[in-house]
Design a protein. Sequence first.
Length: 109
Amino acid sequence: MALSKDSVGCAGIGLVENILRFERHLANAKKLKDKDISDYFVYNTLAMECFQAVNALIEIGEHVITREKLGFPSTYREIFEILKNEGIISDEVFKLCQETRLFKKSDRS
C-alpha cells in the first residue's frame, strides 16, 4: 500500500519523509565508513551525511512532541529529554545521543 495524505494525514507525510531521509543519510554514511577519511572529499561528505541524519532525527523528535502535545522544547537536548521521560526513547538511546555529541555545548547542563 502506498502512503498518501489520506492514509497518514498531512502531518504524517512529514514524519514519513523525515524517517526516510534519516535512513537514506545513515545508509550513505555507512557506505563511507570504510573509506579514507583523510581524503578531504570523503571527510566532508561523511560529515554532511551525519549532519543531515541528525537533523532528520531532531525533526522526527519535534514532530512526535508536537503531535503528542508533550511540551515545548527550547533546545535539542530538551527534545530528547522529553522523549526519554515519556518512554519514547530509552535511557540507552539518550546516552548515545549525548556520547555522539548530538547536543550543542550550549544545551549541556
